[in-house]
Design a protein around this ligand. Structure first.
Ligand code: NDP
Length: 248
């Protein structure tokens, strides 16, 4: 019993690999789940597929790097489903390149989508959570925010920054029944990782003690716990789930 039956959950980037598994995990626990999309065709196809599996997940068009669009998205979710009780900031991108060749465009795109999005979305839901005395916020960071990664100064900076946000906001809202946590996945078998050339992917796997990639469902199970009633004493933490690749 997770205690989130009937709660409203907003998962950003729900049409992607990890986000989809999180949407399904929360829907299985009885939450009313919404997600956003940029690509309408992809999102509608995904929505039809999950409906066939028995999950009715609402989709809303919004770019998480656009503050005004996020405000409108939250207003629509609230009018359709009710106020947001659970927020999973999951949408994210990579635009890799060695720092020497890192362009301002790549830097800004990753900062805006991975980091500014925390402000853009959370800003519109957190006050309602504190007023109602219950809320769960989970920010999906990355192992590379914890250990750094060559070719990812932009991505690692954005992902490390997410946990600073988690720790600070967690302190501000702890007395109001709202928890804020970070989940830092290692390499997970999603399109983002499967797009890495096979020889490089095999080198990555060789460096993971459990000798495999993680699955989106494993990440979703942890997020499901963090969103549950039982997780009320868990806040401001950064949970590594990386097959032992980086032990802190
Ligand atoms: P995917 O590329 O499969 O999915 C990313 C999702 O984010 C998509 O639904 C995409 O929607 C959405 N998205 C991207 N940019 C925006 C934007 N500007 N506004 C709104 N939505 C946007 O990625 P994963 O599922 O692999 O990753 C999910 C999260 O987990 C990311 O934050 C990633 O950094 C993190 N992570 C992933 C790891 C992995 O191994 N896969 C490892 C560690 C962390 P659309 O397609 O419509 O653009």
């Amino acid at each position: 019993m997770s205690g989130i039956e009937g709660k409203v959950a907003l998962v950003t980037g729900g049409t992607g690999g990890i986000g989809a598994a999180i949407c399904i995990e929360l829907a299985k626990a009885g939450a009313k789940v919404a997600t956003n999309y940029r690509n309408q065709e992809k999102a509608e196809k995904w929505q039809a597929e999950v409906k066939e599996q028995g999950f009715g997940i609402k989709i809303y068009q919004a770019d998480v790097s656009d503050y005004g669009a996020c405000e409108k998205m939250v207003a629509k979710v609230t009018s359709d489903l009710g106020p947001v009780d659970i927020l999973v900031n999951n949408a994210g991108i990579t635009k890799d390149g060695m720092f020497k060749k890192m362009t301002k465009d790549k830097w800004d795109a990753v900062m805006n989508i991975n980091l500014d999005s925390l402000f853009n979305v959370t800003k519109h839901v957190v006050e309602g959570m504190t007023e109602r005395g219950w809320g769960r916020i989970v920010n999906i960071s990355s192992i590379n925010g914890q250990k750094g990664q060559l070719g990812q100064t932009n991505y690692s900076t954005s992902k490390a920054g997410m946990h600073g946000f988690t720790m600070s906001l967690a302190q501000e809202v702890a007395r109001k029944g709202v928890t804020v946590n970070t989940v830092s996945p290692g390499y997970i078998a999603t399109e983002m990782v499967m797009a890495v050339p096979e020889d490089i992917r095999n080198q990555i796997i060789a460096g993971i003690p459990v000798n495999r990639l993680g699955t989106p469902e494993e990440i979703a199970a942890l997020v499901g716990f963090l969103c549950s009633e039982n997780a009320g004493f868990t806040t401001g933490a950064d949970f590594a789930m990386n097959g032992g690749q980086h032990m802190m």
